[in-house]
Design a protein around this ligand. Sequence first.
Ligand SMILES: O=P(O)(O)O[C@H]1O[C@H](CO)[C@@H](O)[C@H]1O
Ligand SMILES: O=c1cc[nH]c(=O)[nH]1
Length: 248
Amino acid sequence: MYLPILQIQSEDIPEYAIVCGDPRRAEVISRKLENARELAFAREYRTFVGDYQGVRLAVVSHGVGSPGAAICFEELIRAGAKTLIRVGTAGSYSAQTPAGSLIVSTAAVRADGLTRSIVPDGFPAVADSRIVEALDASARELGGVVGRGITVTVDAFFEGALDIPHKTYKKAGAIGVEMEIAALYVVASLRGARAGAILAVDGYADADLAAEYDPHTDAVAQAVEREIEAALRAVAKLAEQDAKASAE
Ligand SMILES: O=P(O)(O)O[C@H]1O[C@H](CO)[C@@H](O)[C@H]1O
Ligand SMILES: O=c1cc[nH]c(=O)[nH]1
């Protein structure tokens, strides 16, 4: 089956997929794979396949924002992807997770518009627990600060005339904010796939903590390197669990 937006053939897509916003990050991840091959680069969607520790996986960029990203998640799942892990960046709400930390998202606040148009209010956006455990364990193997908790998915990066209620989300216990995870968790739930996400913190979103925003520091680059490695190790762990389960 031809997937018209990603412009790939479903036969080329394996069960495991790593997704990220930035097409350049997809290329960086693909360089960690053996037998890496670029399948397509259509709009913001850049698709690679390759092997990590013997596990075939796809690496696909989904761009910025939930509507475009949801198309990518839908087509990947239609193509046969069953495990999707987002490797992204986030703003932090907590001094415990400063720039350069990693966050493993357990669930997402649906403060986006896309999921409102595909599931009712109140429907949760939740990560798969085995993916959370695999990401958390892999991130901790690599050292550095690792937070774990609820993240917020918004549509607006910059505030307009209305405030983005970061303080309210923080008071309610969320630890960071980004722009696509709720769409990933909801689309995965709708289509019978499982999903999780790991984020490199690139600054504070909380106005009380915020300094000049600079996502291009060495600390952030090192955190992105660690989250990529953590996601790849998590894929290997999950594939091993899946192989054991299907042998039983
Ligand atoms: O680094 P990525 O994966 O793009 O994730 C975050 O960065 C972008 C905003 O700068 C949004 O896509 C947000 O979710
Ligand atoms: O959406 C995002 C991504 C990174 N950093 C932020 O503050 N927001």
